[in-house]
Design a protein around this ligand. Structure first.
Ligand code: ADP
Ligand code: ZN
Ligand code: ZN
Length: 731
């Protein structure tokens, strides 16, 4: 037999189908195998088997071995890989990598086995006992122990009985077996989970998803409207039909909370997949899904590739969230992958959000999606009142702290009542920048065109783009002046200031720096949830989805931050972020309050967010997008050219611009250049960056294919060139 194999090498020269011969009849499409390739042994994936060969049969080499008996890839994932290759412009090897745990690919992790011992049935224990010498007390004890306890892990017996284990084993009195041990993450999620009878509205939502003739439903439900219960009920119904479900949340930090709910309902039927797990855990959870032992996959973005078959339901919670778009190759959009799987399996796809993305809401309005609204919080609880604090006035009054007087007052009241507060600031570290007061020099990263952030905890300057760490300076590196000033606040500084303002308050901080350890997110969130702290200060990881019933105050310290980004989604992002963070307040018991600090209180996006006017926001935003011909009415294409050699990059980007100009001239009306220029981040990790920004009208994907081909042809040697479509991040 012959097999068509894709080898696990991602560069384009190896992106071909190679043929090998084999005899092992366990090898099928989807199997992982080892093959000889260019003098080396390489992993590969069989995409097709056949009984003839397209090449000279004598030159075809045999497959070395089969890696796993169960094919790692299914028919569906093989088809999905093709889809990724076509839509994300990546090699097949790179597409396949999305489906497999990294460590499994490199053979660095295997199943874990534990050895057990019990008394052998083949020997008469009384004979063994009587044959023992009087002094062999421990062997005698071991026999009695095993008679009483039966099968016991070998390590435990070795600890208890030492050499006696080997002695008895030598007499063939023990039967040693080996059993697979599952490494399962989040063993103790603590607390209890309440199950509610669905409200009429929730029930309506469930039925609407089930009965709609459309595969995709947009569930537009305000924060605290009980979307989670709707998801759980839908999953329940899916399992009862013998199908599997995929549940996606936007942040790893949200997975334990959802896993807890899923385990409470469905026990071990839920498996979790995310990059924060240990290699062994991820491997075991992956196989539980692949073998059909678990039927529900839960995780962040990458769990959309979960190896489940017969999918009946895919849920994307907080579907608008930017984290659902991958920023490294393959640059996929999770919803596109989910839509592919939904079509392939005829499965329902539910997109849930309190602030749907402009694209999804438009599709719902146009009738492409089934549309359901949950306009009220559970028990008619009001949405929290959002008060704007005008920071310009604060500065005029001489208040240069990160806290407005309104926020300080509200914090004091909240603490007094024994309630909890959340303060949100999307900037970690102590100060955003470090500036010399004499010459104005800002400390920058040596390899990036980025100012460094001061981290007081380890007294260092960090580059938030490449991770480089520098010693804190005692004098300006330009002029030697010792007068150094901090510019802007980070979460560390907020905590420090809070400690002076409210000395007895217990404060937790959650940002990338405090969540590096295993299950780090989970520890902080559980502590806050258990009311072991009064204030939680954090970056966007605390903005989404969390359900803390005792939080009655939310402070948004700098609502303007995301308005400054120069991309077409900045208004949308700002509206979403404010609604999400505000939504953490007043979810149970007492009514909630939100203080929103801004330097531009008259900004229309902030105004609409304060009034929870999503519809008004959508109408305004969609008319702007239409008038300016931005997505979803067109596609924005960016080609980024990077190199350590500035001149090389500059020449390449100019050449490419000329080549693309030829394509444009053929189709002037649907192709617009915004220019060819330095990227907003001119240098990153030692590489100089240039970009070409374009706009292509919908329905001209052939142009995008050609832009890709022209760019990819330059992606060689010391040049790194790649294309992005509707990028989320224009740095
Ligand atoms: P969302 O995901 O829409 O923000 P959640 O699903 O977290 O909202 O629900 C908000 C709160 O309402 C939670 O504390 C949840 O336990 C509670 N809840 C949900 N459904 C019901 C119900 N049918 N009856 C009572 N309480 C409910
Ligand atoms: Zn200086
Ligand atoms: Zn850097």
């Amino acid at each position: 037999m012959f097999a068509e194999v894709i080898v696990d090498i991602s560069h384009s020269e190896a992106d071909k189908i190679f043929e090998y011969s084999f005899e092992d009849c366990r090898i099928v499409a989807g199997s992982r195998v080892l093959v000889p390739f260019g003098g080396k042994t390489i992993e590969g994936i069989v995409i097709r088997t056949k009984d003839y060969c397209d090449f000279d049969e004598k030159k075809v080499k045999p497959i070395i071995s089969l890696l796993e008996e169960i094919p790692a890839l299914t028919k569906e994932t093989l088809a999905l890989a093709d889809f990724i290759v076509k839509t994300c412009y990546v090699s097949r090897a790179l597409a396949f990598r999305q489906f497999l745990p990294v460590e499994m690919r490199k053979g660095r992790v295997r199943e874990q086995f534990v050895k057990f011992a019990e008394l052998s049935e083949d020997v008469n224990i009384d004979d063994v006992l009587s044959s023992l010498r009087k002094s062999a007390v421990r062997q005698r004890d071991l026999i009695l122990f095993l008679e009483e306890n039966g099968k016991t892990p070998l390590t435990e017996l070795n600890d208890k009985f030492g050499g006696a284990v080997k002695a008895l084993s030598d007499k063939d009195a023990l039967k040693i077996t080996s059993e697979k041990r599952l490494r399962s993450p989040y063993k103790d999620l603590g607390g209890s989970v309440r199950k509610f009878a669905l409200t009429e509205k929730q029930l309506f939502a469930v039925n609407s998803v089930e009965n709609s003739d459309k595969l995709t439903t947009l569930l537009f439900g305000v924060t605290g409207s009980g979307k989670t219960e709707v998801y759980l009920d839908l999953i329940d119904k899916t399992l009862k039909k013998g199908k599997t479900a995929i549940m996606l949340v936007p942040e790893i930090s949200l997975t334990p909370q959802m896993l807890k709910q899923l385990r409470a309902r469905f026990g071990e039927n839920a498996a979790i997949l995310h990059s924060g797990l240990s290699a062994g855990e991820r491997y075991d959870e992956w196989w539980r899904l692949r073998t059909g032992e678990a039927h529900i996959a839960i995780g962040a973005r990458s769990a959309v590739f979960a190896p489940v078959e017969n999918v009946g339901l895919i849920i994307i919670d907080e579907e608008h969230d930017g984290s659902y778009v991958s920023e490294s190759a393959p640059r996929y959009n999770t919803a596109d992958i989910a839509e592919f799987r939904s079509r392939f399996n005829n499965a329902k796809l539910v997109l849930g959000s309190a602030t749907p993305s402009i694209e999804s809401f438009l599709k719902a309005k146009n009738g492409e999606y089934n549309f359901i609204e949950l306009p009220d919080r559970i028990n008619q609880k009001p949405l929290p009142d959002i008060e704007i604090a005008d920071m310009r006035k604060e500065v005029r009054r001489g208040n240069n702290t990160p806290f407005s007087s309104i926020l300080k007052d509200e914090l004091a009241k909240c603490l007094e009542k024994g309630n909890q507060a959340i303060l949100f600031l999307n900037q970690r570290g102590y100060s955003k920048t470090v500036v010399c007061t004499e010459c104005g020099h800002v400390q920058k990263c040596a390899s990036c065109d980025v100012s460094l952030t001061y981290h007081k905890e380890d007294d260092s300057l960090l580059c938030h783009y490449c991770g480089a760490k520098y010693k804190m300076i005692s004098a300006c590196t330009e002029c030697g002046s010792p007068f150094i000033k901090y510019g802007g606040f980070g979460t560390e500084k907020i905590v420090a200031d809070l400690k002076t303002l409210f000395p007895s308050a217990r404060i937790l901080r959650m940002d990338r720096d405090t969540t590096q350890t295993k299950e780090g997110h989970f520890k902080i969130l559980s502590e806050f949830s258990a009311r072991k702290a009064d204030i939680l200060v954090g970056t966007q990881m605390i903005a989404k989805g969390h359900d803390f019933p005792f939080v009655t105050l939310v402070g948004i310290l700098d609502a303007d931050m995301s308005l400054h980004f120069s991309d077409f989604r900045s208004a949308e992002r700002t509206f979403q972020l404010i609604t999400q963070v505000a939504g953490r307040s007043g979810r149970a018991g007492e009514a909630g309050k939100v203080v929103l600090q801004t330097y531009q209180p008259e900004n229309h996006v902030l105004r609409q967010a304060v009034n929870y006017d999503y519809n008004g926001f959508f109408e305004r935003e969609i008319s702007i997008r239409k008038a300016t011909a931005f997505p979803p009415f067109t596609k924005i294409v960016r080609v980024l050219v990077q190199s350590e050699n500035d001149e090389l990059a500059l020449n390449a980007v100019k050449d490419l611009y000329n080549e693309l100009g030829d394509i444009k001239r053929e189709r002037e009306t649907c192709f617009k250049f915004f220019g060819c220029m330095k990227a907003p981040l001119k240098k990153l990790q030692g590489k100089y960056r240039y970009q070409i920004l374009m706009r292509i009208d919908n329905g001209n994907d052939d142009l995008i294919d050609r832009i890709f081909a022209a760019s990819n042809a330059k992606n060689r040697g010391k040049l790194n060139v790649y294309m992005e479509i509707n990028p989320n991040n224009l740095t």
